[in-house]
Ligand binder design. Sequence first.
Ligand code: ZN
Length: 202
Amino acid sequence: MKIICVGRNYQKHAEELGNAIPEEPVIFLKPDSSLMRQRDAFYIPDWTNDVHYEAELVVRIGRNGKNIEERFARKYYDQVTVGIDFTARDVQSALKSKGLPWEKSKGFDGSAVCGQWIDLGNRQLGDLRFSLTKNDQQVQDGNPNHMLFGVDALIAHVSRYFTLKMGDMIFTGTPEGVGPVAAGDVLEGFLNNEKVLRVRIK
Ligand code: ZN
């Protein structure tokens, strides 16, 4: 299983971090060891002082494919949830400034959190809204229609480089509103107002 992530896929988030709007998808991977298994507690690593939440719509790949055409991409995912791409922003900024790969800041143990999977059924992704609260205050609110590259386009692009396999996940990028977490915070993710995720920060 692999976790494919998309960076800078919402214009306002790219702007809040001072990044240019990309001309093609920005793709990076998290290793399978980054997936937080118990889903309820995130431990801040001791080598960072600035971990940010990034709430994202996550789709699960339901069949294997390579070089998938965009018009057929919908057949390759069937479940969706809200996830958090935890990011050690201080480490990422240092790596970015040197032009180095940023995996250490984004692929560390527990950095990928997925909520409860929801069958997409006949719904379109555009019918879904997702949001994140921190200590009961809404901090992020996402609309898949605002993605710079939609999920079908992402699948077409990614599958030119990486064979997609059943069980792979795609974190589709975060909208604006990212911010830091501290021990004691509680993050909750919602898909169309249904709570699918709860994480306590330790
Ligand atoms: Zn992200």
